[in-house]
Design a protein around this ligand. Structure first.
Ligand SMILES: Cc1ncc(COP(=O)(O)O)c(C=O)c1O
Length: 441
């Protein structure tokens, strides 16, 4: 079985000197949890400048869906690089952008006709959905959720309610957004229990919010992640999304699914909303869509995407290289990787649930496919958040050559490439267990 190879103390000398330079010249706003410098990578293995090899269960924040530098994706990029690097879809047409829009419109859940707007990132895709919702409905209000992460540009940040730090000193933001509770059943905002709660967190919106404070006919859109990502890998019960979908239909409110993190096969379906039987009006995509090249997409029903020429655009959005990488990525997803995400996700989930039986500090294990969160607590009865243990686990794992990331306040996210093998899952589980045990040694 292939294991990480850690040959130096971490960080190694070359890594350390590069990070010293970084500290002098790169923005200090980035959150780096541990000192990894990625020099090269293949599949789920990342090599640093000192020759250390790490097992990557982050996939560059759920981006490298097909694994690092998948040969088919690299080949598609190289072929395109020889043909056309840039022309700008704002003013001209080019084949990869047209073909990708055609493909996305074909695979989106629903039997309607769809159109695609291209940007460069998740935030840009969300920003575009936000603007289109206003344009199409001529309504000014929107609903979003506590715990949501939709990006960091001013519009997307206004919809975000994940960590207060992300908004600190940036007010005033875009007005007219009301944040409401998400179905975080492990920590129910109403201290109720599913299913006897009757999804009170969702029914409250029509029963109370729309009666007392917000006229539904002024609401343009509901922005919702199918599974909250940055907020803690939180999977709501299916009735939660269905209730909001019903409300959206009843009041002509647009249902916008932010699939930037959950989309592109990660959860074992091309789009995570499929798990909940929902066909959204608008879907935002980025991260896994192009295996690491920058690309954001906002897909909307054709009758909704009715804005006029000049109302929104982007010089680089949907650039030829990114579109070719996305077409190669989708082909790989459709021809095996989505089903691998399902199978390897089950293996990882059951391994973590086994660990939970022995480790009191694992409060909750949840997720779908290869989007799995492990929430650490000081005490299972009180559910006191074990944020420092979570951070120590991540640092211990790094020292042993396993790359992990956190999300929420006290959750570890596991989001490896969809190419991950059964053996690589086993190695991750072994190191995860050792790293957790070390906290209490
Ligand atoms: C659900 C969701 N939406 C939007 C974004 C923003 O994407 P980006 O960082 O590409 O702007 C993220 C990033 O983590 C995300 O998880």
């Amino acid at each position: 079985m292939k294991y990480p190879e850690i040959k130096t103390t971490l960080p190694g000398p070359k890594t350390r000197s590069l990070i010293e330079v970084d500290h002098e010249v790169v923005s200090p706003s980035y959150t780096r949890t541990y000192p990894l410098v990625a020099e090269s990578a293949k599949g789920v293995w990342v090599r640093d400048p000192d020759g250390n090899v790490f097992l990557d269960f982050t996939a560059g924040i759920a981006v490298c869906a097909t694994g690092h530098c998948h040969p088919r994706v690299v080949e598609a990029i190289k072929l395109q690089a020889d043909l056309l690097l840039h022309m700008s879809g704002t003013d001209f047409f080019y084949t990869p952008q047209i073909r990708l829009a055609q493909k996305l419109a074909e695979i989106v859940p629903g039997n309607e006709r769809y159109k695609v707007y291209f940007g460069n990132s998740g935030a840009e895709a969300v920003e575009a959905a936000f603007k289109l919702a206003r344009w199409h409905t001529r309504r000014e209000l929107n609903l979003a959720f506590f715990g949501a992460f939709h990006g960091r540009t001013m519009g997307a940040l206004s919809l975000t309610a994940s960590k207060a730090l992300q908004k600190k000193h940036y007010n005033p933001l875009v007005p007219g957004i009301t944040h409401i509770p998400y179905a975080y059943c492990y920590r129910c905002p109403y201290h109720l229990c599913y299913p006897t709660c009757g999804i009170a967190c969702a029914t409250w919106v029509e029963d109370t919010l729309f009666r007392t404070s917000i006229p539904p006919e002024e609401v343009a859109a509901i922005f919702v992640e199918p599974i909250q990502g940055e907020g803690g890998y939180i999977v709501p019960p299916p009735e939660f999304h269905r209730e909001f979908y019903r409300i959206a239909r009843k009041y002509n409110i647009l249902f916008v699914a932010d699939e930037v993190q959950s989309g592109m096969g990660r959860t074992g379906e091309m789009f995570a909303m499929t798990h909940f039987g929902i066909e959204p009006d608008i879907i935002t995509l980025a991260k896994g869509i192009a295996s690491g090249l920058p690309l954001g997409a906002m897909i909307a029903r054709s009758d909704i995407m009715d804005w006029e020429a000049g109302s929104h655009a982007s010089t680089f959005g949907g650039n030829p290289l990114s579109c070719r990488a996305a077409l190669a990525t989708i082909e790989l997803l459709e021809t095996g990787l989505i089903s691998n995400a399902r199978k390897r996700g089950e293996q990882l989930m059951s391994g973590l649930k086994d660990l939970q039986k022995d480790m009191e500090c694992i409060g909750d294990v949840r997720g779908k496919g290869l989007m799995i969160g492990v929430e650490l607590v000081k005490d299972r009865a009180t559910k006191e958040r074990a944020s420092e243990w979570r951070d120590r686990l991540i640092r211990n794992a790094f020292q042993k050559g396993l790359l992990l990331l956190g999300c929420g306040e006290n959750t570890i996210r596991l989001c490896p490439a969809l190419t991950v093998s059964p053996e690589e899952i086993d190695v991750c589980l072994n190191i995860f267990q050792e790293s957790l045990a070390e906290i209490f040694a």
